[in-house]
Design a protein around this ligand. Structure first.
Ligand code: ZN
Ligand code: ZN
Length: 270
């Protein structure tokens, strides 16, 4: 085989496998834990007190597979661009030092949060744009871990475009990119899990005030608009797009979980 083609085939296998493993490992662990193993025992923690159908799950996984193909294609373009010297991805930490390494990870997460908020709001800006890009993601009114990548291909392209733009403009260490991809899938899966797992008064702490909870994104899926942000609550607070009863709803879910878990403990001890 031509060594160039062999090299490209190997790259394609690596990026495809990395994206497949990332999705199926983290969404799969959450699904097995919340929807199979602890399905009955943890039902009291479920935000919407019902389970989605098998048809819903198959639709979510099907669309996620097309998203994975698009993410892999964009990763191939970035890999190619890097080998041609077009990106600012670097491998030697000493080039910018550890302080920049940590700073660039935080900055990358913040930029992605901003990208997500504004593209997400744009996708909700008119019925036409919504149905072209975002309707598929909202077919899940009661999200599951598999909803994390369930996008129409047009939405998947909007989500993925963030990567080529950021690696062209910002010097990013390869390890920062890897950690970011890990952060992205873990937080995305937690946000779609459908269970409130954050402690009761957490939202009153300084970290809790800026971090989103599973209730936050669950409300977005349930009601179809509002609560547009991803990891952090900054943009929804600054733009006034949080549901007015978001904190109340979160507290209600967290308190219910706490009181029900106490009942379970008492029952077990009796
Ligand atoms: Zn939406
Ligand atoms: Zn969602």
């Amino acid at each position: 085989m031509n060594p160039v083609i062999e090299n490209e085939t190997l790259r394609l296998i690596v990026v495809l496998l990395a994206n497949l493993v990332r999705y199926f490992l983290f969404a799969g662990i959450a699904y097995l834990l919340f929807y199979v193993w602890k399905r009955k025992a943890w039902f009291y923690m479920k935000i919407q007190q019902k389970f989605p159908t098998h048809r819903d799950l198959l639709r979510e996984i099907g669309y996620s597979l097309t998203t994975i193909l698009i993410f892999a294609a964009i990763a191939m373009i970035i890999w190619y661009a890097r080998s041609e010297g077009f990106t600012r991805i670097y491998t030697n930490v000493d080039q910018f030092g550890w302080v920049y390494w940590v700073f660039s990870l935080g900055l990358l997460i913040f930029i992605h949060d901003t990208w997500f908020y504004w593209t997400h709001r744009w996708m909700h800006s008119s019925p036409r744009i919504f149905s072209l890009f975002h309707r598929v993601h909202h077919l899940s009114h009661n999200p599951t871990p598999w909803t994390a990548f369930a996008f129409h291909p047009a939405e998947a392209i909007v989500e993925a475009l963030f990567f080529p733009l950021v690696v062209l403009l910002l010097p990013l260490h390869i390890g920062v990119l890897a950690l970011f991809l890990l952060w992205m899938i873990v937080l995305n899966v937690i946000g779609h899990t459908g269970y409130e797992i954050i402690p009761v008064k957490y939202h009153r702490t300084w970290l809790g005030r800026i971090q989103n909870t599973p209730t936050h994104h669950n409300m977005h899926h349930h009601y179809g608009r509002g609560n547009y942000s991803l990891y952090f609550n900054f943009w929804d607070r600054w733009m006034g797009t949080n549901y007015p009863n978001y904190e109340e709803e979160y507290e209600k879910n967290a308190i219910k979980r706490k009181t029900e878990s106490v009942k379970v403990e008492i029952k077990r001890a009796a």
